[in-house]
Structures are given as C-alpha cells and as structure tokens.
Design a protein around this ligand. Structure first.
Ligand SMILES: [Zn+2]
Ligand SMILES: [Zn+2]
Length: 392
C-alpha cells in the first residue's frame, strides 16, 4: 500500500481534462484516449494513448506534475503514449557517447517512483520498450499490476530482467471478491478498480476522496466556550466533527463531515456491471460511447441499421452505445455522466462546427433519455471541475 500524507484538496480543485476522446482511429479533432485528473497540484493520468504528450502541451496540465498513470487495458489506443510520456516526465531523452558518464545510469531505486497501474502486460510492455529503445530515466518508476483470477499471480510476464530504472517494488495485486480495493491509498485519496467486460482484460477505476470536514461557524460556539472558560483549542475537536461537553453540561456538536467526491473512470466496455460495488453514487461517471445509431443525422447511416443492430455490433466489438452508458449511469446513481471514446465518425469540434454539434447533441440526448439527466460528450482538451454535491 502506498501511503504519503496529502494536504486536503480544497473545493473545486478536482479537475478532469480530456486529453483524447477517440476510439480506435484518431481524427483531426480527436486524439487517442487519455484524461488527466488534477488533484490540488498533483496530476494523475488515466490511459495514455498515442500523442498524449502532445495533447498535454496544448492543455493546462503540467507534465512535471504527473505522478501516476492508471491504464485501463493494454490496447494500443490506451497505452501507446505511455513510453514517450515516461521519457518526457523522467528526463528520458538523449544520451552520452562511450566513455562519458551519464548520471542516469546510477539510479537510486529507493527514491519515490513514478507509479503506473494496469492489467497484466503493462510491466512487460514498459520494461521491453524502455530496454530496446536504450531509454535512460532520471528517476525510478514502478508498475503495479492488477491481476485477474485467470492471470498468473506471480512473475513479470517477460523474461527480460528489470530495466535499470524499474523499482523492484512493483506489486502483483490479486482480485479479491471481484474487485481490487484500494490499490492506492493515502490519507485523502484512494483508488479501487474492478473488471469491465471488453474484448481483452480491461478495468475501470474509482477515485474516492475521504470525507471532508464540515465548515465550522465560530459564532455558533464562542459564547458557550467563553461562558464556561473552555480553552479555544476545543475548536479543533469541533472542526473534526466531534461533540464536546462543556463544564456546565452544554453539548456542542461539530458539523458533520461531507462525503468526499467520487469519480468513476471506465475503459472500453460493453458491460461494466462488475464495477457496481465500487461505483455507487459517483459524482461523475466517465463512460465510453463508441457507436451510436443516428438516422437522418449521420449521412452514411446504413438503411438496414437499427438501434438494436448498432448496439449488437458495438457489443460484439467490446463497446457501448450512448443508451448503454446512460443506463449504467442511472443504475449506479451517478450525479453526472460524460461520454468519451467516440468513433471517428463523430467529430470533436462541436464547439465551433454546427454540423458536429448536431451529431454530438444527438449522442448526448440518446444517453440522457436513459439517464434521466443531461449528458455531456467530451471533446479533446475539455476541462471540468468536480464540485461537491449539494447537501440534501
Ligand atoms: Zn479503445
Ligand atoms: Zn480497447
């Protein structure tokens, strides 16, 4: 278990920036999959498709702040950008001629590593790619793998010895009761994962913030505290939500903590139901919607296509329609839903192009009809702040 101490994240500084929202084929308006979650000053990436590094340069996300990458599955459109990203973040470019010292050959493997999480194969992929490209890194990295019950539970899935920058502390995390609970946890944030059904082993992640202390209104307490000559340090207990009995028997109750925020980020899927135990009441669900049936809206819709036939084809390829995403969002009681991972038929310039807007609005509406709330279709470099839910 990782365990650094993190300062509380103040309201509205959990932010999601979509770096890539395409499915298999990137287009001029959509890059391959990746999104950045900004948590205070830290940045965590979820998936890292080809050219994610380029997208970061165009966004407000700072490369130097990326500390962790969570990979949903090892399909290229979700992982091909990981090696260049690692090289970019960890000073992995350039080298020295024979006989000239390069400090990167003397890595302190006990230094805090750059962390990567993903299914079986992630570690072997990174190790092999770094080794065969002679890449040197200035800091260690570590790969923790989420092992499915059908996977080998030990070993690295490659005969190649660890890369010289690879921490030996990479864990092989077994699935327990159908989920990988708290694969990362510190005092404020935790990440859990569960399998989601796709054409290859694939996972979804839940990022949960610890309960946030309620706001103390000093005016409410100070008269009683003064009257009973209670030390003001009692405010600390009230701030923590505790109740305090004063010398005259008066009981002061601190404000109840609010639930922390919860983000559910799925990879490619035609059925994410194994995520249900860890995704209830998410503040935000990010769900793929690769294919949609849009007769009269998308020009090359085939005459014999129906909602059912499009859904059947999408599912056969391991993917979802907007309606499926909307239904899942409803099922887990999500507060909001954003769709991503769109077929190249669905343009990502709907903010500036009326035709694109018609298409993407239609996709959002298909999902919203199932969800019962408005739905947003992500576009590249779209940035969303995740606030606290209003207290009922
Ligand atoms: Zn994909
Ligand atoms: Zn895939």
């Amino acid at each position: 278990m990782s365990g650094s101490t993190r300062l509380p994240i103040h309201s509205s500084t959990i932010n999601v920036t979509f770096l890539g929202t395409a499915s298999a084929m990137p287009s001029s308006t959509r890059n391959h999959s990746s999104l950045a979650v900004r948590l205070g000053s830290d940045v965590w990436l979820f998936d890292c498709g080809e050219a994610t590094q380029h997208q970061i340069q165009k966004s407000n996300v700072r490369m130097g702040k990326i500390e962790k990458v969570f990979i949903t599955h090892t399909h290229g459109d979700h992982i091909f950008g990981l090696i260049p990203l690692l090289a970019g973040c960890l000073n992995g470019n350039g080298g020295t001629a024979d006989g000239v010292e390069d400090p990167r050959t003397e890595i302190d493997l006990d230094a805090p590593p750059f962390e990567i999480y993903g299914p079986l194969g992630t570690r072997a992929y990174v190790r092999n790619a770094l080794t065969y490209t002679h890449t040197l890194l200035s800091r260690p990295y570590v790969v923790h793998e989420l092992r499915f019950p059908s996977d080998p539970q030990a070993g690295d899935y490659t005969d190649l010895p660890p890369h010289r920058s690879e921490s030996r502390r990479g864990r092989n995390i077994p699935q327990v009761d159908g989920v990988w609970l708290n694969v990362y946890q510190d005092n404020i944030l935790s990440v859990s994962a569960a399998p989601i059904l796709h054409s290859v082993p694939c996972v979804g992640y839940t990022l949960t913030e610890a309960p946030v202390p309620g706001k103390v209104d000093p005016k409410k307490y100070i008269p009683d505290i003064k009257r009973t000559s209670t030390p003001m340090t009692v405010m600390r207990l009230l701030q923590a939500g505790e109740s305090v009995t004063l010398s005259d028997g008066t009981v002061l109750q601190g404000p109840q903590p609010r639930n922390g925020r919860k983000l559910v980020i799925l990879g490619d899927t035609f059925d994410p139901s194994p995520m249900i135990p860890i995704s209830q009441d998410a503040d935000l669900l990010i769900h793929e919607a690769t294919n949609a049936h849009l007769p009269g809206i998308v020009a090359n819709t085939r005459d014999d296509d129906t909602y059912e036939s499009v859904q059947k084809t999408a599912m056969e390829r391991g993917h979802s329609t907007p309606q499926m995403a909307g239904a899942f969002a409803k099922r887990i009681g999500a507060a909001s839903l954003i769709l991503n991972h769109f077929s190249a038929r669905y343009p990502g310039n709907d903010d500036v192009d009326a035709e694109a807007k018609t298409i993407m609005d239609a996709i959002a509406n298909l999902a919203a009809a199932e969800f019962g709330k408005p739905v947003v279709c992500a576009r590249d470099l779209m940035s969303v702040d995740i606030g606290f839910r209003a207290i009922d």
